[in-house]
Design a protein around this ligand. Structure first.
Ligand code: UDP
Ligand code: MG
Length: 303
């Protein structure tokens, strides 16, 4: 069956892997395939397309199967149910065999025409080339305005200003992107997370089109997800380096507070004193353990 993974995903891969999450995009996939081929074939570079079906309920899978039957460069990965854009993107990146990875949306809002220019930029010595949508073709109030605020906020919180975190069209060195851990809706934070890991990032202006077929999969609720993810990213940023030192500092403060409480509350209500001191000591112990666990976790992840 053409939808199964090819027997072997090892061996010499192509130069470029274009990874695309697809969720109910039945009228877009054939055109997308055509446009990627038309954009990359003239460059003479070898490429594959890894299209990840994120549990579509329309005929996307059938359409993909038809294309894959006539083009061996198309690899189709299928999810049993809808896991979300980030998970689908990550599955694509995991299956990519190319030295370079391209990510983009599957609804033709990004334009494959921009890929060669972005690859050339990467060749100038970058690890990651991020697109920013020039003349973005989305609604102002529900899309562009929240996105502008989010970009400003992400820049402030992470200390890494990126013009357009929400633009999926990006080109990476495979060995760099394969090391960035992605979960929740965190594909929006890839530039910030990779910069933190030492990646050299360039930004280039890219085309953007209005959606012609199908509908957007997101509503305004994504704003809250982005905010929660931002908190997670900041927490990671703070604790990835020397977590034990940071947590034990907080634990020492809590112990000092416990000592202070013991001295000042002497002679008062014994029940209250025991409760306050007990809580502070428990907090100190908890923080120390948290430091140890986080320390072990990050040490394990570092090669
Ligand atoms: N997508 C996905 N899983 C989802 C939601 C979206 O794979 O749960 C894909 C979707 O098919 C498209 C891309 O992610 O290729 C961007 O989605 P969409 O166009 O709905 O986002 P918008 O452009 O409205 O921000
Ligand atoms: Mg879209």
């Amino acid at each position: 069956m053409p939808l199964d993974f090819p027997a072997s995903r090892s061996g010499n891969g192509p130069e470029i892997s274009v990874c695309v999450p697809v969720y109910n995009e039945e009228d877009n996939v054939a055109l997308l395939h055509q446009k990627i081929v038309a954009s990359l074939e003239p460059t003479g570079r070898t490429f594959e397309m890894v299209l990840v079906d994120d549990g579509s309920r329309d005929r996307s899978v059938e359409r993909l199967a038809e294309i894959a039957a006539s083009d061996p460069r198309l690899v189709v990965v299928r999810f049993q149910r809808n896991f979300g854009q980030t998970a689908a993107m990550m599955a694509g990146i995991d299956h990519a065999r190319g030295r370079y990875v391209v990510t983009m949306d599957g609804d033709l809002q990004n334009d494959p025409v921009d890929i060669p220019m972005m690859l050339d930029k990467l060749d100038e010595g970058y690890d990651l080339v991020v697109g920013y949508r020039i003349n973005r073709q989305d609604k102002f109030l529900s899309r562009k305005l929240p996105s502008r605020i989010a970009n400003w906020l992400i820049g402030k919180v992470t200390g890494i200003p990126i013009r357009d975190n929400g633009c999926s069209l990006k080109v990476y060195r495979a060995d760099v992107i394969k090391r960035v851990p992605l979960y929740s809706d965190m594909h929006r934070f890839i530039p910030a997370m990779s910069t933190q890991m030492g990646a050299r990032v360039a930004e280039v202006g890219v085309r953007h089109h209005a959606r012609r077929f199908g509908v957007s999969k997101y509503g305004l609720s994504r704003v809250f997800k982005v905010l929660l993810d931002l908190i997670s990213i900041k927490t990671l940023q703070i604790f990835t380096r020397r977590p034990l030192a940071r947590f034990s500092g907080a634990a020492a403060l809590s112990s000092a507070a416990a000592l202070f409480a013991m001295v000042t509350m002497r002679g008062g209500d014994l029940v209250v004193e025991t409760a306050v001191v007990g809580l502070l000591v428990a907090l100190a112990v908890f923080l120390l353990f948290l430091g140890l666990i986080t320390g072990a976790m990050f040490q394990q992840r570092d090669p």
